[in-house]
Design a protein. Structure first.
Lengths: 112, 113
């Protein structure tokens, strides 16, 4: 069964600190992996999309890594800000017109 | 550029009532999706439409129907609402296959009492 597992479920960090969120998947075949940010009460917004051949991709203070061999991805947030408080969802697409496989998300809280 | 627009934003229904959630996108996307999001469950696919004129069941289709009215609009209907359908509903759209990512609406918070 295609699955996406994220860890930790929730995380609290101090403003200015760095953090790393993890994503493991069993989706096959693999086409691309996406990280979304979802603010409370809003729809998810795409942060990065990585294909099989990409190992890392950055979007400002967000850096995603992908190891397609071990089927693992991470999202690193540098110098966290209060506005980074949100759920971060890992999503994997296998191919064609089949829908995405969503992880349950990591809830990040950045406190002053 | 509005992206994906969902209406209404909030709704309270009594058990057994029916309603239709509306979704429209202005990005000329071929594919559209309806998801529900419950605490601790993540986003689960209800129905999707890969292209105009086609619809397919997702992971949790029971109790719902959909209509792809045209390329822009994809509606979700609850014929007889149940408390188990209390959830936040998200519509999304993408290019064919979602190669460049999905664009989500802001959600409809539905409570069935």
């Amino acid at each position: 069964k295609n699955q996406v597992e994220q860890s930790p479920q929730s995380l609290i960090i101090l403003e200015g600190k760095n953090c790393t969120l993890q994503c493991n998947y069993t989706v096959s075949p693999f086409s691309n992996l996406r990280w979304y940010k979802q603010d409370t009460g809003r729809g998810p917004v795409s942060l990065t999309i990585m294909t099989f051949s990409e190992n890392t991709k950055s979007n400002g203070r967000y850096t995603a890594t992908l190891d397609a061999d071990t089927k693992q991805s991470s999202l690193h947030i540098t110098a966290s800000q209060l506005s980074d408080s949100a759920s971060y969802i890992c999503v994997v697409w296998n191919s064609g017109n089949t829908p995405l496989v969503f992880g349950k998300g990591t809830r990040l809280s950045v406190i002053a | 550029n509005a992206g994906v627009t969902q209406t209404p934003k909030f709704q309270v229904l009594k058990t057994g009532q029916s309603m239709t959630l509306q979704c429209a996108q202005d990005m000329n996307h071929n594919s559209m999706y309806w998801y529900r999001q419950d605490p601790g469950m993540g986003l689960r696919l209800i129905y999707y439409s890969a292209s105009e004129g086609t619809t397919d069941k997702g992971e949790v289709p029971n109790g719902y129907n959909v209509s792809r009215l045209n390329k822009r609009e994809f509606s979700l209907r609850l014929e007889s609402a149940a408390p188990s359908q209390t959830s936040v509903y998200f519509c999304a759209s993408s290019d064919t296959g979602g190669t460049h990512g999905y664009t989500f609406g802001s959600g409809t918070r539905l409570t069935v009492v």
